[in-house]
Design a protein around this ligand. Structure first.
Ligand SMILES: Nc1ncnc2c1ncn2[C@@H]1O[C@H](COP(=O)(O)OP(=O)(O)OP(=O)(O)O)[C@@H](O)[C@H]1O
Ligand SMILES: [Mg+2]
Length: 378
């Protein structure tokens, strides 16, 4: 039997819930040709949302073509050029012959090698002589617009892990160039997203950054508890088991509605459940997961300073105003200037997320681990 829950992969089909408002909004944006940047902490569902909307829009309109580019392991301009142009070619050409024709019509100076993979899905990819490409990078950066014009399609280019462009050589100059080109494209709409919330926020909200005001920035939220309750209940039912509302609410609550972790805990509870899930099943599932994560979390804790641990202790205790005199002294946080530094450091380490005045643990399981296993021992 397939697992009723899914984490670590894109959520789709029966594994996908809610996001109706966000989907409708994103669809409207893309139909209107507005470049959109999606920002959220790790594993809240950005990639799943974009895929979901893409599948829906493709069903409605055959003239809309989506191109997905993932920069997760792109570390040089050369790799960027190859990954980017190969993805464009793959998504807009139905056959090898069409790909060859497209390459001929979009490049003037660059003569890429077109590779056809031997597997039946016959994926095409391009490789370049980097010296020529370096001199004619424009041809790569404008490739999407040219293809869209020639094929009379509406092209939506979705770039995942976009923050990785800042690891390429001379990133500021490259970003400026990229923006200058992409901004002129009228037949292409860009969706940019990535898992490093902090970097992505800087990219798009700092006036000094090249991608400032490139399009509309959307801050994705978590999935509200009521959707989790019905999702969890339904998935238990779909697989011949059951769970009461109280237990489903408890799972989502313990994981603070965090999409990845709600799915993970649900799966662990489901495995413990013989017919109907109980609170004991939930407690046991939590203990198993905490055991599983201990090595990782212990390492994470070892890398924190005492001040940072004190701050996390306060956060786990439910403190919200960290600079109150009593809090500074009870938790040994030093001065309010020090609290600011601690917060920044923890944010850079992706241990906390800051939303205006509110601070949250990035990982609800780490919060539980600190509470149940770490702070108790100190
Ligand atoms: N709409 C959804 N319904 C149910 N579960 C979801 C949904 N969106 C995300 N999830 C859960 O969260 C996990 C992470 O989703 P996804 O990879 O889309 O997030 P992301 O924000 O792109 O992550 P990252 O920041 O690491 O790139 C999924 O594997 C799934 O378990
Ligand atoms: Mg993602």
């Amino acid at each position: 039997m397939n697992s009723p829950f899914n984490y670590g992969k894109l959520a789709e089909g029966a594994y996908y819930t809610d996001r109706e408002k966000e989907s409708a909004w994103l669809e409207q944006q893309l139909n209107a040709g507005i470049n959109t940047m999606l920002i959220s902490p790790r594993r809240w569902g950005k990639s799943s949302l974009v895929q979901h909307v893409a599948a829906r829009m493709k069903r409605k309109d055959k003239k809309t073509v989506f191109c997905f580019i993932d920069l997760y392991n792109t570390r040089s301009m050369e790799e960027f050029a190859e990954v980017y142009s190969s993805a464009l070619l793959k998504s807009t050409s139905g056959s090898f012959e069409e790909a060859v024709a497209t390459v001929k019509s979009v490049f003037r100076h660059i003569v890429p090698a077109i590779n056809l993979s031997p597997d039946p899905s016959s994926e095409v990819s391009l490789s370049f002589d980097w010296k020529t490409v370096k001199k004619n990078l424009n041809e790569v950066l404008d490739m999407a617009e040219k293809i869209a014009q020639q094929k009379k399609i509406k092209l939506i280019v979705c770039v995942d892990e976009f923050q990785n462009i800042s690891y390429l050589e001379d990133p500021a100059a490259f970003q400026k160039k990229l923006r200058a080109h992409w901004q002129k494209h009228h037949h292409v709409t860009y969706v940019l997203y990535g898992s490093r919330q902090h970097m992505m926020t800087d990219f798009f909200t700092k006036p000094s950054m090249p991608f400032y005001k490139f399009g509309e920035v959307f801050f994705l939220e978590k999935i509200p508890g009521k959707y989790w309750t019905s999702f969890i209940t339904r998935r238990f039912k779909d697989t011949g088991k059951s769970i009461g509302e109280t237990e489903a609410v408890a799972i989502a609550g313990l994981m603070k509605n965090h999409p990845y972790f709600v799915q993970q805990l649900s799966q662990a509870v489901w495995l413990k459940t013989s017919r109907k899930a109980t609170m004991t099943n939930i407690e046991e599932a939590i203990e198993d997961l905490l055991d599983q994560y201990t090595i990782l979390y212990q390492k994470e804790a070892d890398h924190l300073t005492n001040f940072q641990l004190n701050f996390l202790k306060a956060l786990a205790d439910g403190v919200t105003s960290f600079t109150k005199r009593a809090v500074l002294s009870d938790y040994d946080l030093g001065s309010s200037a020090n609290v600011k530094r601690i917060k920044e450091a923890l944010q850079n380490k992706e241990i906390i997320d800051v939303f205006g005045k509110e601070v949250q643990f990035n990982d609800p399981m780490f919060e539980l681990w600190l509470k149940k296993r770490y702070f108790r021992r100190r």
